[in-house]
Design a protein around this ligand. Structure first.
Ligand code: NAP
Length: 310
C-alpha cells in the first residue's frame, strides 16, 4: 500500500525506529488514520546494533534486528500502515501540515510526529569516503563478517564503539580500540568488558588522521593527541563510531532546531510548529536509549490524540 494525496491523515509519522514504531502502535490502537513513512531500513540505529542488553523484558539481551521486527509486527497487528518514502520538506497550509516527498507527492495530515533519528557521524579524514565499502564501515553487524582473521580498528570511546567493538572480536585477529582521550565515555559495564577482552588492544590518546590503501584499506595513520607523534597501524577494517548527526535536514527553517541540528521540543514533545511533535534520537536532549525513544514515541502519540481532540 502507498500513501494517498487525496486523504487528510490524522497523523503522519516520519521515521521507523523505536520512537516512530511505538508512536505508530499507539496511533493505530487509538484508531487514528495514520501512516508511517520511512526512507530506508526500518529500525534506524537499532537495526544495525548487534545486541541490545538494556531494553527491559529481555534479560539475555536481544538482537537489534529482532527487536525491530517485533515492534513492527506489533504495530502492524493494530493496523499501522508503513510506507517506504522519503520526506524532504514540511510546510503548513492553514491547519493542514503538508509533507513533501522525494517523489514529488504531497501528503496532507492534521498532525505529524517526527521520529527521524540520527545517523553515524563521519570522521572527515582523507581516505574515509574513498574506502567506504572497501574497509571503512559504520555498521559492525552488516560488515563484521567480512573481516574474519584480519586486524580491525574501531574508532570512538562511547557506548557504540565499545558495544560494536566487542562484537567485532568474533571476527578480527585483533581489534584496536582507538580513542582520542585516555578515558572511555561508554557505560562502565561496557568499558570493563571491552578492556578485559584478550583480542582488544586499547590505543588511548590517538586520532586517525588518514586511511590508506590501494584496492582496499591497508593501514591507518594515527596521531598521538599528547605528543603529536604520527604512527602507522596496519588494519583491513576501520569501523567508525564517533557519535551521531540528527536526520533533520528536511526541517531546517521549518521548526526550531538547536545549535547541533536536533529538534527543540517542550515537555509535551511539541515543536515550534503547531501540530508537529518530535520523539527519539532526533530530539534535542535525546539520550540515545531505546527505552527512552519508546517512551517518547508513546507520549508523542498521546499528545497527538489530545491535539486532535482540540
Ligand atoms: P557518543 O556517546 O557521542 O560517543 C562518541 C565517541 O566518539 C566519544 O567517545 C567521542 O570522544 C568520540 N568522538 C567524537 N568525535 C570524534 C572525532 N572527530 N574523532 C575521534 N573521536 C571522536 O556516541 P555513540 O557511542 O555513537 O552513542 C550515541 C548515543 O547512543 C549515546 O547516547 C549512547 O549512550 C547511545 N548508545 C547506547 C548504547 C547502550 O545503551 N548499550 C549502545 C550504543 C549507543 P570523547 O569521549 O572525547 O567526546
Amino acid at each position: 500500500m502507498g500513501v494517498s494525496e487525496d486523504i487528510l491523515y490524522d497523523c503522519v509519522i516520519v521515521g521507523g525506529g523505536p520512537a516512530g514504531l511505538t508512536a505508530g502502535l499507539y496511533c493505530a490502537r487509538a484508531k487514528l488514520n495514520t501512516v508511517l513513512l520511512e526512507k530506508g531500513t526500518l529500525g534506524g540505529q537499532i537495526a544495525i546494533t548487534d545486541l541490545v542488553e538494556n531494553y527491559p523484558g529481555f534479560p539475555d539481551g536481544i538482537s537489534g534486528k529482532e527487536l525491530i521486527q517485533r515492534f513492527k509486527s506489533q504495530a502492524e497487528r493494530f493496523g499501522l500502515q508503513i510506507v517506504r518514502k522519503e520526506v524532504t520538506g514540511l510546510s503548513k497550509n492553514g491547519k493542514e501540515i503538508h509533507l513533501h516527498l522525494r517523489t514529488g507527492e504531497v501528503v496532507r495530515s492534521k498532525a505529524v510526529i517526527v521520529a527521524s533519528g540520527a545517523s553515524p557521524r563521519r570522521l572527515g579524514v582523507p581516505g574515509e569516503e574513498e574506502f567506504i565499502n572497501r574497509g571503512v564501515s559504520y555498521c559492525a553487524t552488516c560488515d563484521g563478517p567480512l573481516f574474519e582473521g584480519v586486524p580491525i580498528a574501531v574508532v570512538g570511546g562511547g557506548d557504540s564503539a565499545c558495544q560494536e567493538g566487542l562484537f567485532l572480536t568474533r571476527f578480527g585477529s585483533v581489534v584496536y580500540l582507538i580513542h582520542r582521550r585516555d578515558q572511555l565515555r561508554a557505560q562502565k559495564h561496557l568499558q570493563e568488558k571491552i578492556l578485559s577482552h584478550p583480542k582488544v588492544k586499547f590505543l588511548p590518546n590517538k586520532v586517525v588522521v588518514e586511511i590508506k590503501g590501494s584496492e582496499a584499506v591497508e593501514k591507518i595513520i594515527l596521531q598521538d593527541t599528547k605528543t603529536g607523534e604520527l604512527s602507522e597501524l596496519p588494519v583491513e577494517g576501520v569501523f567508525i563510531f564517533i557519535g551521531l548527526e540528527p536526520n533533520t535536514g528536511f526541517l531546517r527553517g521549518v521548526v526550531d532546531l538547536d545549535e547541533r541540528g536536533y529538534v527543540i521540543t517542550d515537555s509535551k514533545l511539541r515543536t515550534s510548529m503547531e501540530g508537529v511533535f518530535a520523539a527519539g534520537d532526533c530530539r534535542s536532549g535525546s539520550t540515545g536509549q531505546v527505552a527512552v525513544a519508546v517512551g517518547e514515541g508513546c507520549l508523542a502519540a498521546l499528545e497527538v490524540e489530545k491535539y486532535l481532540e482540540g
